[in-house]
Design a protein around this ligand. Structure first.
Ligand code: NAD
Ligand code: DAU
Length: 355
């Protein structure tokens, strides 16, 4: 079949990537969707079982740092678009092992752009979409929002690596006229998220009657967005965004961690048939994350006004869907938390409970 477009999605077996792959495979049968992912601990082909046999879907296990593989794929497949999501994504892991973040997030991104440039010759009809984070802007006090003009001020090794990759993308746009654009999104939640991040970790711990390690005093604020809303924003920007531009994506949905955790506990009690205030008792304030950013909040008016995207799901609804998904997908949770997970958890949280 002759496809209208051939799109490379990197990191498509991860949390957000799997939702983007599913959306594109189902919504655009006229596109070929090619997923390149090296299946780290966070990549899981189970996330894509429902689309894996679709005619317009291909998967290749491979590293974005492998220049010969990536160049060969570009030559062979003649991609005309890239949606780049592959990354090391967890802040706490970046504190323990920054090199992996430098390797994948910075070098991997530059490698991909080099491979694209070899065959695109900076043709403006092509599109390289770099998916990034609001963490590049640093931390806010009690008031104010991140806009696309907020100066970069990354505070963790993770956000420094993402900021660096964003700078490289802009440098390629500026220097070579490379046809790229960037989005910076707030915290995502929903099905398929690896249970190292706040919401799925706490669901997992409540299920197993384990303590819920709230960092510091819990008065840290994040802006939460349901992952399918993010995938729809990516679809909108990929098709209608302007080359060279940056768009912030957010949920307009700020929560202090401790309030979010209390709401999650209430929902878990209800959904598991436990008496009220059961899960709450597991809340344990632990030693803080070093360099913990106080507050993130996104001003998403540019994407709303220029491209017409806005979040569709209320947080309570999204959280309920998320809880139900994790409770109904016991085997998924079991499998991803078997193997090395326990060692990771012990290493990450050893010492935190002692303060
Ligand atoms: P994730 O950790 O769930 O998935 C990352 C995926 O990338 C995995 O499938 C992994 O196997 C793959 N990968 C990692 N290194 C690779 C390499 N060297 N080569 C090929 N594949 C590799 O991450 P996520 O939460 O889905 O985040 C996806 C992207 O969105 C990242 O770029 C992240 O910075 C960004 N982002 C995430 C959030 C969030 O809240 N999760 C918010 C804003 C932006
Ligand atoms: O803002 C976008 C970013 O959101 C993405 O770029 C990252 O990839 C993604 O991981 C996420 O980063 P955070 O550090 O904000 O997410 P995390 O789920 O790790 O933590 C959310 C908040 O909860 C944060 O303030 C730290 C706190 N926390 C987290 C964990 C894992 C706890 O209090 N206890 C925990 O055990």
């Amino acid at each position: 079949m002759k496809y209208k477009r051939k799109i490379l999605i990197t990191g498509g077996a991860g949390f957000i990537g799997s939702h983007v792959v599913r959306l594109f495979v189902n919504k655009y049968p006229e596109y070929l969707i090619f997923n390149l992912d090296n299946l780290t601990y966070a990549g899981n082909l189970e996330n894509l079982q429902d689309v894996e046999s679709a005619d317009n879907y291909r998967f290749e296990k491979g590293d974005i740092n492998d220049l010969s593989l990536v160049s060969e794929l570009f030559h062979q497949m003649q991609f005309d678009g890239v949606i780049h999501l592959a990354a090391e994504s967890h802040v706490d892991r970046s504190i323990h092992n920054p090199m992996a973040f430098i390797h994948t997030n910075i070098l991997g991104t530059v490698n991909l752009m080099n491979a694209a440039r070899e065959i695109w010759n900076d043709d403006l009809s092509k599109r390289f979409y770099h998916v990034s984070t609001d963490e590049v802007y640093g931390s806010l006090d009690e008031t104010g929002f991140f806009t696309e003009e907020t100066p970069y001020d990354p505070q963790s090794p993770y956000s420094a690596s993402k900021a660096s990759s964003d700078h490289f993308v802009r440098a390629y746009i500026n220097t070579y006229g490379f046809p790229a654009l960037i989005t910076n999104c707030s915290n995502n939640y929903g099905p398929n998220q690896f249970p190292e991040k706040l919401i799925p970790l706490f669901i997992h711990n409540i299920k197993h009657n384990k303590p819920l390690p709230v960092y510091g005093d819990g008065n840290y604020t994040r802006d939460w967005l349901y992952v399918e809303d993010h995938a729809l924003a990516i679809d909108t920007v990929f098709h209608h965004g302007k080359t060279g531009e940056t768009y912030n994506i957010g949920g307009n949905n700020e929560w202090k961690n401790i309030d979010l955790v209390r709401l999650l506990c209430q929902i878990m009690d209800k959904e598991t048939g436990m008496p009220e205030n059961t899960a709450n008792k597991l809340i344990t304030f632990v030693k803080d994350r070093p360099g913990h950013d106080k507050r993130y909040a996104i001003d998403a008016s540019k994407i709303k006004n220029e491209l017409g995207w806005q979040p569709s799901l209320h947080f309570e609804q999204g959280l309920l869907l998320t809880v139900r998904w994790y409770l109904n997908n016991h085997e998924w949770l079991q499998r991803v938390t078997s193997g090395e997970y326990q060692q990771y958890y012990d290493k990450q949280y050893r010492g935190r409970f002692e303060s």
